[in-house]
Design a protein around this ligand. Structure first.
Ligand code: ADP
Ligand code: MG
Length: 229
């Protein structure tokens, strides 16, 4: 219990720091965007120059969106539980994580065959939980792998799978995941899974992990569905 509380304090401090950095980044970005727009409005630009400016503006917009999403997530916990549609939230998270995956040449795919799917809980927490699993999946792959998110509608339940073909986990690692600060990464916090498992518990969900060394990992999440709103 004490360890969990300390971990939560540390996380709080980290996310507050990260949120203030994110705010600080926004100001110079607004300046850069303003000058790029001025440049775009100049006469006599070549086609290539216009293209460069447009790509830059698009990338600035994408970064801005990422910061907004991050700030939403790091806001003090909003514990409202409502019935909400899972699908647009999973699509949002997939889009949000694509840029992170592409940095390492990893394909992030999302397979959804059924929608809408309503569950009870907090949409921000659900997003946080998925981000933690997807981030781990991406980080488990050296390069050129695939992370797949699959949503399957079962009777009164939904099954969400996050699958990667990365390095997998040994039995020893599997028995330790979710313990505060357990990490095999040089820059890991070892808090991601602890938070994720906590959210699953809060949502009365269940999880199963299949993992084989050098083959990959699949995390299956199960939540009860609700009859729409
Ligand atoms: P962190 O990512 O900061 O290390 P986490 O709690 O998210 O902390 O994960 C703990 C550990 O669990 C990781 O360091 C890694 O060893 C292992 N792990 C989690 N997900 C995966 C995965 N998809 N493939 C391989 N190992 C994983
Ligand atoms: Mg992690």
């Amino acid at each position: 219990m004490r360890e969990t509380i300390q971990a939560a304090d540390k996380l709080n401090a980290i996310s507050q720091l990260a949120a203030s950095i994110a705010h600080e980044i926004r100001n110079p970005m607004t300046t850069v965007k303003g000058f790029m727009q001025l440049m775009h409005a100049e006469q006599n630009l070549t086609k290539t120059q216009i293209q460069y400016i447009e790509v830059s503006l698009k990338e600035l917009e994408r970064t801005n969106q990422m910061i907004n999403d991050f700030l939403t997530l790091s806001k003090p916990a909003n514990n409202t539980v409502i019935t909400f549609d899972l699908i647009p939230n999973i699509q949002d998270v997939t889009e949000f994580m694509k840029s992170y995956a592409h940095l390492s040449n990893i394909q992030l795919q999302c397979k959804i065959t059924h929608y809408p799917i309503y569950i009870d809980g907090n949409a921000n927490e659900l997003k946080q939980l998925l981000i933690n699993f997807i981030k781990n999946a991406i980080e488990a792959i050296n390069e050129n792998g695939t992370v797949e998110i699959e949503v399957i509608s079962l009777k009164n339940k939904v099954k969400i799978t996050v699958r990667d073909n990365g390095k997998g986990m040994s039995k020893e690692e599997l028995s330790r995941i979710g313990q505060p600060y357990f990490s095999t990464k040089t820059r890991g916090t070892g808090l991601g899974l602890m938070i994720a498992f906590d959210i699953i518990k809060k949502m009365n969900g269940k999880y199963e992990i299949e993992s084989n060394e050098n083959e990959g990992t699949a995390i299956h999440l199960y939540f009860s569905t609700s009859d729409s709103v």
